[in-house]
Design a protein around this ligand. Structure first.
Ligand SMILES: [Zn+2]
Length: 141
């Protein structure tokens, strides 16, 4: 998967974002780049899991593997997590939320795995938007 720095302009599937909307990247990690680590606030992982379950964006046909090293070979694709009693396969879609300033924040759904299994701490505006449940509207289909 491609690496993008947090808060860099979102370009990966830009045609799925409406004209006039500013969209930024969150959580497009790579093993060659450092990323912020820490403990997310209470409720964040749960809110992010629900977002992955209910609101995938920009679904792709292929699988993106986790870009970070795993101790157990073969567990980085497909990545699965259990959320709300359901098993969710990550790596085929994005989650998008709207910041308090109206900017879209687009993350691979693998961001959930990066948070739960690799200790990634996303930027504060992303955490705030996820906790507030401000999903980006879906593209017309
Ligand atoms: Zn991983």
């Amino acid at each position: 998967m491609t690496y993008y720095e947090d808060h860099s302009p979102y370009v990966y599937m830009r045609d799925t974002v409406p004209d006039g909307i500013t969209a930024l990247n969150i959580g497009w990690l790579d093993e060659t780049k450092e990323f912020p680590r820490g403990t997310a606030p209470d409720g964040f992982t749960e809110a992010l899991s629900r977002l992955c379950l209910r609101a995938p964006h920009a679904k792709t046909r292929g699988w993106h593997a986790c870009a970070l090293p795993h101790d157990v070979p073969g567990t980085n694709s497909p990545v699965t997590v259990t959320a709300d009693g359901r098993t969710l396969m990550l790596g085929t879609a994005e989650v998008r939320v709207v910041s308090a300033d109206g900017v879209w924040l687009a993350a691979p759904d693998l961001v959930l795995h990066y948070v739960t299994d690799h200790g990634y701490l996303p930027p504060a505006d992303f955490i705030e938007a996820v906790l507030s449940g401000r999903d980006a509207p879906h593209e017309a289909v």
